[in-house]
Ligand binder design. Structure first.
Ligand SMILES: CC(=O)SCCNC(=O)CCNC(=O)[C@H](O)C(C)(C)COP(=O)(O)OP(=O)(O)OC[C@H]1O[C@@H](n2cnc3c(N)ncnc32)[C@H](O)[C@@H]1OP(=O)(O)O
Length: 419
């Protein structure tokens, strides 16, 4: 269909927040009803200049917003990211280029501002590749059959001198942010959590659109008294015909900065009387959990999917921000980018003491699109695989193997958050 040029795409005004929110709810197939409380809440965090709407005869028919974020690169350096969320086009106006117009405006502004990457969690796989995004992390959810784990059901606490205590939401707001800062700076692919995240996820701020039920929180402290892990979980109320408890513990989130804390928290969840199943929530695809269990097959993957998508806006800074494998090496990349934001030929020199990257006229070793570079950047994808798929071209024999030795990581990147 021909793009409609009479539809205005622009940042919204404060007065347009209710109309924009109705369009957002409609696009996500939620009831369009908008309360005054919801408007007040949105007003507290929307950034007007980065909240876009499309208006047809004064009515909002598409929504899009971005906000500042930090994304941890391989090696632990956080880079400034343009996080994109709340993307909708009303069904009556789809496939006329409205998303394309909003995306173009937002990415140009992010590039201008100096953001290194743009990030998002894609509702559907086919939407964002065309804009230069690549799937950079993935996620898995396990369901653990507690009876089959082989864990000792008599277990009642860590044997390493650490301890587990139940805490409340107020405690979590005190200890959570610092623990999470330690966690996310050691976890490539993780993003920052702001104060609002902790308020919404501990019930200090409740939202009309997602009813709040207070969960359980358990904290792991090491023998030295250090907070090293935290979990939020809920339990259902399910009894079998023979009057046996068949309850499921549903993990909202679990973060840990040591494997000991991680092990102890999973074992705690599998040791709670009445709990016969533990649903892990969205974990890293190479999570340690199954192997904490004497029988790892007791943990069955029930969801597996791409998660964080990355769009590189500044190739030089993105490649210089991360560390590389082995003793380093050299790679010349010919990067295509149909939006014209990051195209060029770049020479990467990576060594144990850091990396440098600059435009070059030297012969390219690999030719790839900016989306493929986004998929490779956090170390999860393989250049050899992308060559096999015809999505990366080797200009020099063996270059994909060199790229994998440099770019791939021993642990996989992970973004535990949705935004
Ligand atoms: C980060 C987030 O917020 S994820 C949430 C994304 N939102 C949703 O999934 C809500 C429901 N869907 C929608 O609101 C809309 O369909 C959107 C936002 C996904 C797409 O908006 P549109 O204005 O229709 O996209 P637009 O017309 O700019 O499409 C550009 C191209 O992408 C393609 N495209 C867009 N959406 C999809 C899709 N869901 N699946 C496959 N292709 C798609 C179009 O066919 C078009 O291709 P073409 O240029 O070859 O013709």
């Amino acid at each position: 269909m021909t793009p409609r040029t009479d539809i205005d795409v622009r940042p919204i005004t404060e007065a347009e927040t209710p109309d924009w929110t109705r369009a957002l709810n409609t696009g996500f197939l939620r009831s369009p009803a908008v309360s005054d409380r919801e408007i007040a809440d949105r007003g507290s965090y929307l950034i007007p200049a980065r909240t876009l709407g499309a208006f047809d005869a004064g009515r909002c028919v598409a929504t899009f917003r971005s906000f500042p974020q930090e994304l941890t690169a391989v090696g632990g350096t956080p880079v400034p990211a343009n996080a994109i969320s709340n993307v909708t086009v009303t069904a009556t106006h789809r496939r006329r280029g409205l998303l394309t117009r909003m995306m173009a405006a937002d990415l140009a502004a992010a590039k201008e501002r100096g953001d290194v990457v743009a990030t998002l969690i894609a509702a559907e796989y086919p939407i964002y590749g065309r804009y230069g995004f690549g799937p950079a992390t993935s996620t898995a959810e396990w369901t653990v059959d507690v009876a089959r784990t082989g864990l000792d059901r008599r277990w009642s606490g860590p044997s390493d001198g650490g301890r587990i205590d139940l805490v409340d939401g107020e405690d979590v707001r005190k200890i959570g942010p610092e623990l999470h800062e330690r966690f996310r700076l050691a976890q490539p692919g993780a993003v920052g959590r702001d104060e609002r995240w902790w308020q919404v996820n501990t019930g200090a701020l409740t939202l009309d659109r997602s009813p709040w039920t207070e969960p359980f929180y358990a904290v792991y402290r090491s023998a030295a008294g250090e907070v090293e892990g935290l979990v939020s979980y809920e339990a259902d109320d399910n009894w079998g015909d023979a009057k046996q408890p068949l309850n499921t513990a549903d993990v909202n989130w679990l973060i840990a900065v040591t494997p000991e804390a991680e092990r102890a928290l999973w074992q705690y969840l599998c040791s709670i009387d009445w709990i016969t199943r533990v649903k892990t929530g969205w974990r890293a695809p190479d999570d340690l959990l199954p192997h904490f269990l004497p029988d790892p097959r007791a943990a069955r993957i029930t969801t597996q999917a791409d998660w964080l998508w990355v769009r590189i806006l500044d190739v030089v800074r993105a490649l210089e921000a991360r560390t590389y494998g082995g003793s380093g090496g050299r790679l010349v990349l010919e990067v295509t980018d149909r939006a014209g934001l990051s195209a060029g030929r770049y020479r990467l020199e990576a060594g144990p003491d850091g990396a440098s990257c600059a435009p070059t006229t030297q012969d390219a070793h690999l030719t790839l699109d900016i989306g493929e570079l986004g998929a490779l950047w956090l170390g999860d994808e393989s250049a050899v695989r992308l060559v096999a798929l015809g999505r990366v071209r080797e200009e020099r024999a063996g270059a994909a193997l060199v790229a994998d030795a440099l770019l791939r990581t021993s642990r996989r990147p992970w973004c535990p958050d949705i935004f």
